[in-house]
Every structure is written in C-alpha cells, then in structure tokens.
Design a binder for this molecule. Sequence first.
Ligand code: THU
Length: 142
Amino acid sequence: MDTDRKELIKKAFQAQKKAYAPYSGFEVGAALLAGDGSVYGGCNIENASYGACNCAERTALFRAVYEGKRDFDAIVIVGKPKNADVYDYCPPCGICRQVMAEFCDPEKFEIILAKSEEEYRRYKLKELLPLSFTGKDMEKDH
Ligand code: THU
C-alpha cells in the first residue's frame, strides 16, 4: 500500500517538471490513480489571461476522463514556488475539489499531499469537500 503511494508520489514529482507557470512561478504536479491501476499525470498550465489557467489536478482528471476513465482511487499533489528549496503541502483549490466530486467517491477517493516520498498526508475527498453539490442534488425528491 505504502509502496504504491510512493510510486504515485514519484509520478507527481515527474509531472511537476512539465508545469507551465511563467506568471505565478508556482509549479504543481499531480498523479491520478484510476480504478484500473492506470496513472495520469497533470501539471498546471497558466495563461496570460489569468482566468484561463488550469490546475495540475484538473489537467490529470481531464486527461483521464478523455481516455474514458470514470473511476478513480487517489490523487497525489505536489507544488512549490520554482525557486523554493523545500516543499510544503499543496492543498487542492476549491474548483479542483468540485471537479473531483463529479467523478470520485467522496468516502473512498484519497487526496495525498506530499512534501517528499516519505512525508505526506492522506485525506478523503469528503473531509476536504463536505456537503458537496453534485448531480444528485438536482434530482427531484433526492
Ligand atoms: N495550482 C494548482 O495547479 N493546483 C493547486 O492545487 C493549487 C494551485 C496552480 C494554479 C496556478 O497555476 C498556480 O498554482 C498558482 O495558483
């Protein structure tokens, strides 16, 4: 289990190398584990029109969904300013949490914030996004 998590953390650090963050200088990487064992990396991709920036987590999720995946187990997130020496935990933004809620089971999906392969924290989506709004809330008599 922990070996698996270490592998996933390694992949998040690899993904971070692809970050395109010329405006904030804050480089983020994510590694998303799908239910079938496949892993999708993602990085943040910024834009001169700041509102068009995309976070690492959503890059990973959108790549996976495009590939037909709908079932996910975990995501690792790593991030730091380009010129910083050490990592701090990088929690997902509210928009990314909402996108996770669209596809991931809040009781099971694990969000892992890592500083290194040895130092990380694990959360369930439900902890980070309680009382989330989903498609079910729009159903009659839900
Ligand atoms: N960012 C992410 O990619 N994921 C997060 O969890 C937090 C923020 C990105 C967005 C933007 O490119 C930069 O970090 C600064 O907000």
